[in-house]
Design a protein around this ligand. Structure first.
Ligand code: IP8
Length: 247
């Protein structure tokens, strides 16, 4: 089984509020058609969830956020999720929409529910979940990042591989020269980033990827604009990207 995260910057244009990148979404769907293994998809918020989270000053820390903001963030994620589902359906794949409320209780993943996701994936359906605004308790809510969902799922399901599809070739050792880091094991590179979003951008992704690799699972960062690289990574072929080698 394989876990794939569609980064928000690949499925939306992060520079422009509420703008999907429909062509990229379709290209990703098309490439998944070539994978003959059970897959679970997680997607980010991009210029949908992040746009509204910023507007309503909502973050990953649980707090009493404006209920209007919570409602709007959730609605925007459903809107974006619908586009992913439509695209997968169009390319003759069978997505099974799973809002994170289905398998999260506050900040804790529900193991029994997550184990069910594996069964769904192995039945010919493709579970699709996403980062979202979630209920915490005592009138508090928080933003759950799709990257964090990857870690929760990986820990319980132990997939063969985790892939993060990004809007970059992978992790660069230097932002200016865009020199690609091909492989990492254990050590965490220091991240310099231009853009941060409410869930922590590339820094968060690297943190989660490194946690997952320490569970004994290989993690790939690949350019989602070149979905063939995803297929190559899955088929153990040589590909461009960054590998967080399992420990
Ligand atoms: O883009 C965050 O998910 P991420 C989703 O995976 C929201 O960090 C609602 C901002």
């Amino acid at each position: 089984m394989i876990l794939i995260k569609f980064g928000g910057s690949i499925i939306t244009n992060k520079e422009k509020p509420l703008s999907p990148r429909k062509k990229s979404i379709d290209n990703l769907s098309k490439s998944l058609k070539k994978i003959k293994e059970p897959i679970i998809i997680v997607h980010g918020g991009g210029s949908y969830g992040h746009y509204w989270s910023v507007k309503y000053d909502m973050h990953t820390k649980e707090k009493k956020y404006n209920p209007r903001g919570v409602a709007i963030v959730k609605n925007s994620m459903i809107e974006l999720n619908k586009m992913i589902l439509d695209s997968l359906l169009y390319f003759k794949l069978n997505p099974y929409c799973l809002p994170p409320t289905d398998f999260m209780s506050g900040i804790k993943p529900i193991t029994k529910k997550i184990k069910e996701i594996e069964k769904i994936a192995k039945s010919g359906l493709i579970p699709v979940t996403y980062g979202d605004a979630l209920w915490y308790g005592q009138k508090k809510t928080f933003i759950l990042s799709g990257d964090k969902i990857m870690t929760h799922l990986a820990k319980i399901l132990k997939p063969r591989l985790c892939i993060f599809a990004l809007n970059e070739d992978g992790l660069y050792s230097d932002l200016k020269s865009k020199k690609l880091i091909y492989e990492l094991q254990g050590e965490l590179p220091s991240i310099s980033e231009n853009k941060m979003d409410v869930t922590g951008g590339m820094t968060r992704k690297v943190e989660e990827a490194s946690k997952i690799s320490k569970m004994g699972i290989n993690v790939f960062f690949v350019n989602g604009n070149k979905p063939d690289r995803i297929v190559k990574a899955v088929k153990n072929r040589k590909f461009e990207g960054t590998l967080f080698r399992s420990k």
